[in-house]
Ligand binder design. Structure first.
Ligand code: CA
Length: 230
């Protein structure tokens, strides 16, 4: 039998919180909940939940402070719930180490899908020693550092290859512009949002059959990119 998954819900809107809890219960998850940032930090420390769902606007502290605290002792996935006007905070939250986000109002089905991705990722992190990655017509050979489309080798520049590997190893997860820039070029090392856009365009032309309707790398408008989960 699979181990029970515990979700910590940090949300001060009672209606949303109850709705999330009710749905999680129906889906067979265990849950703990709080409306306060401070309590969220102590609960996550004491209970070590598998996934944390975090509202950014909390009565006692900023959601991003909660992320900073939790990230100082835990790598467990954090899914941020934000209102549309919290765009900048949402990006800050991802930069601080949140894994994903949903925007209010959201469908429960969407949140549940994000939770499933998060849970799967925690189970995979230790065993993720892939030699190849294959999906549809795309194949990557990490040993030979080669990329194939329909079994034909595609030439990649070193940066394009690094980008692709970064996305594939973080599939399902949103990567912000800042995270990508720092991973590929290092902090303050000449990478900027514009050059990233250019590299992304050439990478997409090489791996996507229809760049206007990408199969692999989805643009998260104003935030960054996400490699599709399946
Ligand atoms: Ca709130």
């Amino acid at each position: 039998m699979e181990k029970e998954v515990t979700v910590l819900i940090v949300e001060d809107d009672k209606y949303i919180s109850n709705f999330i809890c009710m749905t999680l219960k129906q889906e067979g998850y265990r849950y703990i909940k709080t409306a306060m940032g401070r309590e969220a930090i102590s609960l996550s420390y004491a209970n070590n939940p598998d996934v944390i769902i975090l509202d950014l606007g909390l009565p006692d502290m900023d959601g991003s402070q909660v992320i900073e605290h939790i990230r100082s002792y835990s790598e467990k996935p954090i899914i941020v719930v934000s209102a549309r006007q919290e765009e900048a905070e949402k990006i800050k939250a991802l930069d601080l180490g949140a894994d994903d986000y949903v925007v209010k109002p959201f469908y429960m089905g969407e949140l549940l899908a994000r939770i499933r991705v998060a849970v799967r990722k925690t189970k995979n992190t230790d065993t993720e020693m892939m030699e190849t990655f294959e999906r549809d017509y795309l194949k990557i050979d990490f040993v030979k550092r080669m990329v194939y489309i329909d079994n034909k080798e595609v030439h990649m520049t070193p940066i394009e290859y690094k980008l692709l590997v970064l996305f594939v190893t973080n599939r399902g997860k949103v990567l912000t512009h800042n995270q990508i820039l720092s991973k590929i070029w290092g902090y303050g090392e000449g990478g900027d949002a514009n050059s990233l856009r250019v590299f992304m365009a050439t990478l997409r032309r090489k791996i996507e059959k229809d760049t206007t309707n990408p199969r692999f790398i989805i643009t998260e408008v104003g935030v960054g990119y996400r490699f599709t989960d399946e």
